[in-house]
Design a protein around this ligand. Structure first.
Ligand code: DC
Length: 218
């Protein structure tokens, strides 16, 4: 059984997807972490981001593993370093690359094969798992998402201004929505949930209810 959670950056997808997976006893797949891990590997190798072949070569030669909520890149735990602003800034080159996307989509389907999975990203309900039993499109206003991002970044020791974070969020929404392949889009059969003013627990409660209604065997 597959539950997909798509939506813009900062809507809380990772947090609620992880908690929902725990409640249901499902595996959790953070697909943004995969694109981020390739971006980190590209930074470590000092590639030229203007050359798509170099980016694709990185994706073809790295070993990415997801172990619960930890991300391993060539055996190293990079779960924290893939969240830095430096990695976020170059991840779009990775996510825009059609060869990388094909590799990631194949990997995501392989990882989910035969399992009960909550997967989150941008294209999970539209492109990767079009037959998912439950599709959710999770949103929040750009201001709310910027406030949340600012909190996360200051916890990591970064101190950007609210205006800078908001601008980066709006820009990333545009990039995510305009990507030729794997663009962020609400699947026609997805349930849309705006998380403004809701606590994490309230969001997870609603999703759990939806999952149990849709999947009576749970
Ligand atoms: O969800 P996130 O911020 O960790 O995602 C990082 C980037 O990867 C984001 O800019 C969009 C991209 N992404 C994607 O294109 N497709 C996915 N399935 C997941 C993420």
């Amino acid at each position: 059984m597959i539950i997909t959670i798509d939506g813009p950056a900062g809507a809380g997808k990772s947090t609620v997807a992880k908690l929902l997976a725990e409640r249901l006893g499902f595996c959790f797949l953070d697909t943004g972490a995969m694109y981020r891990a390739v971006a980190l590997a590209g930074l470590q190798r000092g590639i030229d981001w203007a050359v798509p072949e170099q980016i694709a070569t990185v994706a073809e030669t790295v070993d990415i593993r997801l172990d619960k909520d930890r991300v391993l890149l060539d055996g190293q735990d990079v779960s924290d370093s893939i969240r830095s602003s430096q990695v976020t800034a170059v991840t779009r080159h990775v996510a825009d690359n059609p060869r990388v996307r094909q590799l990631m989509v194949d990997l995501q389907r392989r990882l989910a094969f035969g399992k009960n999975v909550v997967t989150e990203g941008r294209d999970q309900g539209t492109l990767v798992f079009p037959n998912a039993e439950l599709k959710v499109f999770l949103t929040a206003s750009p201001e709310e998402r910027a406030r949340r991002r600012l909190r996360d970044l200051s916890a990591q020791g970064e101190s950007p201004t609210f205006a800078d974070v908001l601008q980066a969020i709006v820009q990333r929404d545009q990039q995510d929505a305009q990507r030729p392949l794997g663009a962020m889009r609400r699947a026609p059969d997805a349930v849309e949930l705006c998380t403004d003013g809701l606590t994490i627990d309230q969001v997870v409660d609603r999703l759990e209810l939806l999952a149990r209604q849709r999947l009576p065997k749970l």
